[in-house]
Design a protein around this ligand. Structure first.
Ligand SMILES: [Zn+2]
Length: 366
């Protein structure tokens, strides 16, 4: 057994403790990794609050190491598989395959039977610890060390990569583009103003969509600066709903944790419109759906799609996008990281800073 500094919870009851955690030394491992950064997201906070009934501790453990967003450095590696060498920086993959057909082809994001595990969430220790062990097929190498400061965002961004892959498939059923064969003048509305909302907005903007972020309250100055820099617009929908709905909506994306919010916008979707439901913390509040909303969806050929997680290929695409965005927009991605804290600062899980876009745990501060 070895003691490792870690942030643990008791899933699904909750709580967060930082301290020595005893783990057995692996009998066999391919790579030993040192954690550099962890991102904190709504799932981590939901687990600490005891609000995610699907979370559970690994078999034989009374506690679970938290954390699914990470950047790590390879300390030791047995064989140089997948081009990964000692000293390389890597992003670990969250989902681990079960036995279903989708898991067997590396598409655990499309798991058929729920027999997969998720690091730091369901039955597998996560990455909020100073060291962990893993195998190269679960590690994605960061090819460009100039994005190490933002590479931890590859995990949330891979969800967006996958959602747009599904969007591409659905939008092919009709001509979704404008008369010039582009997405320009098409409108994307993204509900929410957290890090996933910003990542979706960068993606929609790159497609050429007129992109609007919206929430039910104004946003702090720091977020206003981000919105301005990134060429998207923000409107508080409790005040400026008419500006959001003008000209209709072609792509509606919910990241708010309250997916029922889409029904405030749904009857302004244009023909063949697409809605991506992304944000839930596992306990979406109940929502009344009007019969007229259902009629509208049917009559206008509108698709509602749910999307969760992403596969190895999406981590690669996410790292490539981070690289492009660094090149095209400078430090804008870095500005998404609003705070870096030491791992001992576990109150962060229950006290979300008002101006937070993404808070990062920095293990060099341990
Ligand atoms: Zn599966």
């Amino acid at each position: 057994m070895s003691k490792v500094k870690a942030i643990t919870t008791d899933a699904p009851t909750g709580g967060a403790v930082y301290g020595d955690f005893e783990l057995p030394d692996p009998e066999h491992y391919s790579a030993k990794l040192k954690t550099i950064y962890n991102g904190i997201c709504g799932t981590d906070r939901g687990m600490v609050a005891g609000a995610l009934p699907f979370a559970y501790n690994p078999e034989g453990y009374k506690r679970l190491v938290l954390g699914h967003e990470a950047l790590a450095q390879v300390v030791e590696i047995e064989k140089n598989e997948f081009g990964i060498r000692s000293g390389d920086y890597v992003v670990p993959i969250v989902r681990r395959p079960g036995k279903c057909v989708n898991c067997r082809i590396g598409r655990m994001d499309n798991c058929t039977d729920g027999d997969k595990h998720e690091a730091g969430i369901t039955g597998m220790h996560g990455f909020m610890r100073e060291y962990f062990y893993d195998t190269p097929e679960n590690l994605v190498k960061v090819q460009d060390n100039s994005i190490l400061d933002v590479a931890v965002l590859a995990e949330p961004l891979k969800n967006v990569e996958k959602a747009f892959e599904v969007f591409n498939k659905i939008s092919e059923r009709s001509i979704f583009l404008n008369d010039f064969g582009t997405y320009e003048d098409k409108k994307a509305v993204i509900i929410g103003t957290g890090s996933e909302a910003f990542l979706y907005s960068f993606f929609a903007r790159d497609y050429g969509f007129d992109t609007i972020l919206t929430n039910r309250h104004p946003i702090p100055d720091q977020k206003t600066v981000m919105v301005d820099k990134s060429g998207v617009e923000f409107y508080d929908y409790t005040k400026d709903m008419d500006k959001i709905l003008e000209g209709g909506i072609d792509l509606l994306i919910d990241t708010s944790g309250h997916p029922g919010t889409i029904f405030q916008f749904i009857r302004k979707l244009n023909h063949n419109g697409i809605t991506i439901l992304f944000g839930t913390n596992g306990k979406a509040p109940a929502t009344d759906v009007d019969g007229a909303d259902i009629d509208y969806l049917i009559e206008n050929n509108i698709t509602l799609m749910g999307s969760v997680d992403g596969a190895r290929e999406h981590y690669f695409k996410a790292l490539e996008h981070l690289r492009n965005w660094r090149h095209n927009y400078g430090d804008i991605m870095k500005d998404l990281i609003t705070k870096k804290i030491p791992p001992s600062d576990v109150e962060i899980f229950s006290n979300k800073p008002g101006d937070e876009i993404k808070t990062i745990i920095d293990w060099s501060k341990a």
